[in-house]
Design a protein around this ligand. Structure first.
Ligand code: F6R
Length: 242
């Protein structure tokens, strides 16, 4: 595990963007696993800048997002499809048909989960998976539990997660109760994982994830078993792992 701590937001974003753009430069047909949430916004902004400067092209890239809310129309302002369009896909030359996000409105959600896994199996493995972490240690929307699932599945969001994500909605009650998430088996099969975390409110969970026992009660702790894990932290998030 390589833990890198940055003393500015700018360096944190540049480091995240550089890892992704250099992979794409060296492997123009790479498969990227992408995350949403507050943390990667600045990383995507930097990637868009690199693209606009002509440093990188995403034309041959395939992407799979970690998760999507169940029940939000895909054009809803807070759907993860909308997020990805606004922060990355609309600004780079990724081919729309090569961007994949679980369909949270599929008529048969179980079938949607199976076909998402089949697609990843067919075009994967994922070369690089970008992750954030929830305050409870979730990765994707794999919430703490006695047992975790390997493949894509439907989850009940933890109340803590709904509360944290309420900041993006007009009313807390509008935060969906369920999501479709990639499972931890698929996440751990990625050839490289980049875990990006910012903020003092994440310092304790970063410590539990990186130094604490490996347990399904902190899904991010499973990342300790991954042979190619890079952790990007700002100083606040990293203050318990120095
Ligand atoms: C998002 C995702 C989540 C977030 C996590 C942290 O696709 O899968 O696991 O990465 O909830 O979110 P932020 O970055 O908003 O703190």
């Amino acid at each position: 595990m390589n833990v890198l701590t940055f003393d500015s937001q700018e360096k944190f974003n540049e480091a995240g963007a550089n890892i992704i753009t250099s992979l794409v430069q060296t492997n123009p047909h790479a498969v990227l696993g992408l995350a949403t949430g507050g943390t990667p916004v600045g990383i995507y902004e930097q990637i868009v800048k690199d693209y606009k400067r002509g440093l990188v092209s995403f034309r041959g890239i395939t992407s799979f997002n970690l998760d999507e809310y169940v029940g939000l129309p895909s054009n809803h302002s807070e759907s993860y499809r909308t997020y990805m369009q606004e922060h990355l896909f609309d600004h780079v030359d990724l081919q729309p048909e090569q961007t994949h996000i679980p369909n949270g409105n599929a008529p048969d959600p179980e079938a949607e989960c199976r076909s998402y896994d089949e697609l990843i199996e067919r075009v994967g493995p994922i070369d690089l998976q970008l992750l954030g972490i929830g305050h409870n240690g979730h990765i994707g929307f794999n919430e703490p539990a006695h047992a975790l699932l390997r493949g894509t599945h439907i989850v009940e969001l933890a109340e803590e997660t709904r509360k944290a994500n309420a900041r993006f909605f007009d009313q807390p009650a509008q935060v969906p109760r369920q999501a479709i998430t990639m499972g931890v088996g698929t996440i751990l099969q990625a050839k490289m994982i980049v875990l990006a975390v910012r903020g003092a409110d994440k310092a304790e969970i970063v410590h539990r994830a990186l130094i604490g026992p490996i347990t399904t009660e902190c899904p991010a702790s499973l990342l300790q078993t991954h042979p190619h894990l890079v952790v990007l932290l700002d100083e606040a998030a990293g203050k318990q792992v120095k």
